[in-house]
Design a protein. Sequence first.
Length: 270
Amino acid sequence: MVERREIPEQDAFLAMVERAAALTATPEVDKVVLSRLIDITTRDRVDSGALMERLIAQNPASFNFHVPLSDGGVLLGASPELLLRKEGQHFSSLPLAGSARRQPDDVLDREAGNRLLGLRQRSPRARAGDPGDEERAGPAQQSAVATGVAAADYHPDALASGDARSQAPRWRKKTPCRWPVCCTPTPALSGFPHQAAKRLIAELEPFDRQLFGGIVGWCDDEGNGEWVVTIRCARLQQRTLRLFCRRGHCSGLLAAGRMARNRRQTDHHA
């Protein structure tokens, strides 16, 4: 590595976090997910195939992707979040909300996971795919549970599944390729309520997320497919790697602690 640049710089990002944390203590917003970019320039050209192999080795349980871009670059990452999978008439989704660092001690590790799940259960309105959110509600309600899906972090998840034939007319009329679009953005990308979080993100973040936080996946001619959220990812262009890092801020969480977790996540996934 010959150069590293953070957008925004650490002090500016901490100020963003403090502003968001203060607002989550008000009725305006329950959760907001802020992000930052880290640009890394290397001495030699980066082999995207070798980088992808390393991602898969480090994140075997993730949804790993490598997408060539029209400008010659590559979008690649290891997403933990399944937005939608469709197989025939059956569909499923595994949105995530929140994370906690795994601990080397078994007792502390269980406590960390239980604390995270308890926080999420006490904030039901912040759940991904909340059926009470008419604007963005997906074609099924959640069925509950917390699990660790990554080696280094705990993530509470909520499995949603169902049969396409049993859904409301407004969903049956949509083509399968439109379903993922209607399910995004999840609270893992914007926050809750969505519109309030979206306005705050636009006010605080000094850049356009572009491909970051979007959707990547595949679909066959019968409408079967799998789509994931483009998080824990980077855009590679020869010797330049742009990392996308995001972190949610909920009521009751301290900005300094969130900043430390953001640094740890960046170090782990970079």
